[in-house]
Design a protein around this ligand. Structure first.
Ligand SMILES: [Zn+2]
Ligand SMILES: [Zn+2]
Length: 129
């Protein structure tokens, strides 16, 4: 097997859309398929370490798989840390629309949690740009 370059690995990981919004490779060095890579899961906003061999075997975000499922309260704490709008509905995953209240203008709106995490929550955020 020929050795892959970091670009090939990044392309592979960044184009994977199997898990809601997909993944992004944060590591910039690739040594071999046993070395740990840091991968960011866009849907939950968490990063984790996985080697490329395990990634190819289907090893995906441990926070969204397995036992851990984010609760509404955990999601709200995450929003607070990032100074983003508050959730007022129930969190059912990053791609399920729910209610939010803007922390800047107080407007209530419905959107997907992932949009809020990526800074596309309330209209007043857009006006600043
Ligand atoms: Zn995840
Ligand atoms: Zn607002």
């Amino acid at each position: 097997m020929t050795k892959k370059s970091i670009d090939e690995v990044a392309n592979d990981i960044n184009s994977d859309n199997s898990d809601e919004a997909g993944y992004q490779l944060l590591s910039t060095i690739y040594i071999n398929n046993k070395s740990k890579l840091e991968v960011y899961h866009k849907a939950c906003g968490k990063s984790y370490f996985v080697n490329y061999k395990d990634w190819r075997d289907g090893n995906r975000c441990p926070y969204c798989r397995g036992t851990h499922k984010k609760t509404t309260q955990e999601f709200n704490e995450e929003l607070e840390r990032k100074h983003l709008p508050y959730i007022c509905g129930k969190y059912n995953g990053a791609l399920v629309k729910t209610g939010f209240v803007c922390n800047r203008c107080g407007r209530a709106f419905n959107t997907r949690p992932i949009d809020v995490l990526q800074g596309h929550g309330c209209n007043c955020y857009k006006k600043e740009k």
